[in-house]
Design a protein around this ligand. Structure first.
Ligand code: AMP
Ligand code: MG
Length: 267
């Protein structure tokens, strides 16, 4: 059966309907490397034009369970893009200053400037994911956040930000393998924390929290993409394609130059 990448707003999302190994299109691991290279090269030039145009911004939001591949995706899709036009922001546990403000304060401050591509490695969605699963604030407080998030994203869109939201969907078995690989490989161990295991025990609660967030914050102008992510090449290719297609649709234009430049010869 054909699996969609996005579903219409209002559709109740059941993640068990989405196969984390599904491949959109007819790509293969072998062909993916060249395809990704072509897409990132095209995105590089489009990002250059976005920067020159200096009117609009793009925000790529990456969410997913531990080991879903947020870091790896960033590495791949941003390769070749001028670092000056990128802003990559990871969101960790809020600092005490951040906790002393509303949950969107730190998010709004981290938005990419005009002309830039921003990537959020985790995001405001943590405030309805980890916060909900662990009851870090009372239910009455997190319950209203879905609506607040939709309003906030509308504000960003009105401010000429194009929002791409990607949920990197992995299976529980794939996470087991990746966590074990972190333990087994010396240069990966730093990524492992014992807390990852207690979080893994809450797998079902997290999947449920994701289903609610993906359902309630799946809007026409900022839809969620459900990226099958058990195969890393497929995940990277799919996100590269979405970013490229978004930039292409924006079709950024170089700003008009001053008049009368044609006859100038620099001595
Ligand atoms: P990592 O992405 O592996 O570096 O881990 C960052 C950690 O910060 C994760 O365990 C997140 O769940 C946690 N985190 C991010 N945002 C929040 C938040 N708003 N409230 C509580 N924990 C958060
Ligand atoms: Mg981690």
């Amino acid at each position: 059966m054909k699996q969609p990448l996005t579903v219409p707003p209002g559709t109740k999302i059941d993640l068990s309907d989405f196969d984390p190994r599904y491949v959109h299109g007819d790509s293969s691991k072998n062909s993916s490397e060249a395809e990704i290279a072509k897409l990132t090269e095209a995105s590089r030039y489009l990002a250059y034009r976005l920067y020159a145009e200096n009117r609009r911004a793009v925000l790529l939001v990456l969410q997913g369970m531990d080991t879903a591949g947020k870091d790896g995706t960033i590495r791949t899709v941003m390769t070749g893009i001028n670092p000056q036009s990128c802003q990559i922001v990871p969101f960790k546990q809020p600092s005490s200053e951040e906790r002393d403000h509303d949950f969107l304060w730190r998010i709004h401050k981290a938005m990419p400037r005009r002309g830039n591509i921003g990537i959020f490695n985790r995001s405001h969605y943590e405030d309805v994911l980890v916060v909900r699963v662990h009851n870090l604030v009372p239910k009455s407080e997190w319950e209203t956040r879905y609506e607040r998030i939709n309003e906030f994203e509308n504000l960003l869109i009105e401010g000429h930000v194009t929002i791409i939201k990607c949920f990197l969907h992995i299976s529980k078995e794939e996470q087991r393998e990746r966590l074990q690989a972190r333990l087994d490989r010396p240069h990966k161990r730093w990524k492992f924390s014992k807390a990852d295991l207690s979080e893994r025990e809450l797998w079902d609660d997290y999947q449920k929290a994701y289903e609610v967030a993906l359902t309630r914050c799946n809007t026409e102008h900022a839809p969620w993409h459900i990226i099958p992510s058990d195969r890393k090449w497929n995940r990277n290719l799919t996100v590269s394609k979405i970013l490229h297609d978004t930039l292409k649709k924006l079709d950024p234009q170089f700003p008009a130059c001053e008049a009368g430049l044609d006859d100038i010869v620099v001595e």
